[in-house]
Design a protein around this ligand. Structure first.
Ligand code: ADP
Length: 441
């Protein structure tokens, strides 16, 4: 039985009973009036309460739920609870939505939501940056009107057939994006775009590097195999003088390959992130004296090589790496300075920094080449570099050694007058005085 009957029946029985008693007391009119009043009063009150609910529904809130008691009191307090719960739920959903929006906005990748007709429904700030979109202006626009590159338009028109593979897009300003469309829901699509410029550059560098190494090795190998072929094709014993000359030339080419492989191994050790710098106290003064001796024998007394040590300071770092870095700068000075030229090696303090510099009176370098000198295999004059036994890796090694010692390289040069290469080390790497036990091998 519905619950309201349980509430009404006792009231009706009571009113009917009282009306019967009044009637029994011989007053039928009073009995009828009492019965009518008993029915009318609750009816009026119910309408009154309904009116209050109707009014409240115009602006429903917890604060303005009507007050009441009895059945209506119960109804009102349930309404109040419902509204409170609804508000809490809405607040939770709103803050979750806000969190989600903030997370999407913070993503390093671009996200654009497209409807079934490829119109933009929403996008994050990264998408605005990558594609020059404007949330306020472009919502509702066809994406292909805004990203017009033919590869993208073609990719978009492939429809759900081939979205597993991303489409690579080159934007103005050298940015390269990998774009992936992900269909979801009712023919909607999620467009994800990731900046892969760095990855692509690394890949290009890897390809260039392999091509360069192959090229560098192929030339001496061709020379060696040419000689070997000529000698093996000869009828009878080769002429001893010619054999000697060939062997000398082959040794020269083998040395060139050996130097290249050694430099490549040095570079790969320096570039290996797992190969942490083992710091020791390096006696720079002794190190430079040895480098000066090496330079003198490389020059074969064709140059004046001066060493000016202006400080007792040493360096924290790897003696082997510093020897290789400084040695490359000094051997370059010798190789790129014509006979009779002068080379000055100095070690001094400039404020709190320690500075190693090599000044030569050599051929000099044109300004446009200077920023690229430390690139692997970059040569100003290819034939000259190879002629002097260069591998094209010396300054790349110098750059890595200095980076690992928190130092930097400065180059100034004048064509025909000479160059100055300066390696500058910060105070954190400088040791004011070298202890007796300083590392130097
Ligand atoms: P390489 O083995 O060819 O010398 P490096 O990396 O040591 O390679 O040097 C890169 C290029 O920088 C050289 O090919 C040369 O053209 C130029 N270079 C380096 N040092 C000097 C210098 N002291 N004077 C003139 N040119 C230099």
């Amino acid at each position: 039985m519905p619950r309201f009957w349980l509430r009404i029946i006792p009231q009706l029985l009571f009113a009917g009973g009282v009306a019967l008693l009044i009637w029994a007391a011989d007053d039928a009119v009073a009995a009828l009036a009492f019965l009518v009043a008993c029915l009318l009063i609750p009816y009026v009150r119910m309408n009154q309460k309904l009116d209050l609910v109707d009014e409240w529904l115009d602006s429903p809130g917890v604060e303005n739920v009507p007050e009441g008691n009895g059945v209506w009191g119960g109804v009102y307090s349930r309404l109040r609870r419902m509204v409170r719960e609804f508000r809490e739920e809405r607040h939770n959903i709103e803050s979750q939505f806000q969190d989600l929006q903030e997370a999407i906005a913070a993503l390093p990748d671009a996200i654009v939501i497209l409807d079934a007709g490829d119109h933009i429904e929403s996008c994050n700030p990264m998408a605005e940056e990558y594609f020059g979109l404007d949330k306020n202006r472009d919502i509702g626009q066809q994406i292909s009107y805004l990203i017009r590159q033919p590869q993208f338009v073609g990719y978009l028109s492939e429809q759900a057939t081939n979205f597993e593979h991303p489409c690579v897009l080159k934007l103005a300003g050298e940015r390269i994006l990998s774009i992936q469309l992900i269909p979801y829901s009712e023919r909607k699509k999620l467009l994800l775009a990731r900046d892969i410029t760095r990855l692509e550059n690394v890949e290009r560098m890897r390809r260039d590097f392999v091509a360069n190494v192959s090229h560098e090795l192929r030339t001496p190998l061709t020379v060696v195999s040419g000689f070997l072929e000529t000698i093996s094709d000869m009828d009878g014993a080769p002429d001893p003088a010619m054999l000697k000359r060939s062997l000398m030339l082959m040794t020269g080419q083998a040395d060139r390959m050996k130097r290249l492989i050694e430099d490549l191994l040095t570079l790969s050790r320096l570039e290996n992130a797992e190969n942490v710098l083992v710091e020791e106290d390096v006696n720079v003064k002794l190190l430079l004296k040895q480098i000066q001796q090496d330079a003198l024998s490389l020059s074969a007394s064709n140059h004046v090589i001066e060493l000016d040590i202006d400080t007792e300071a040493g360096l924290r770092g790897s003696a082997d790496e510093l020897r290789s870095g400084f040695g490359n700068l000094v051997s370059n000075a010798v190789r790129y300075t014509p006979k009779g030229g002068k080379i000055s090696i100095t070690w001094k303090m400039e404020g709190k920094n320690a500075v190693f510099s090599v000044k030569d009176s050599g051929i000099g370098i044109e300004p446009e080449h200077i920023p690229r000198l430390t690139e692997r295999f970059y040569r100003v004059d290819k034939s000259r570099s190879r002629g002097t036994g260069g591998t094209g890796l010396g300054l790349a090694i110098v750059k890595h050694v200095l980076n690992r010692h928190h130092g930097r390289l400065e180059v100034t040069s004048q064509i025909g007058k000479g160059s100055v290469f300066r390696a500058i080390f910060p105070a954190s790497m400088v040791i004011a005085e070298i202890p007796e036990t300083a590392a130097f091998r």
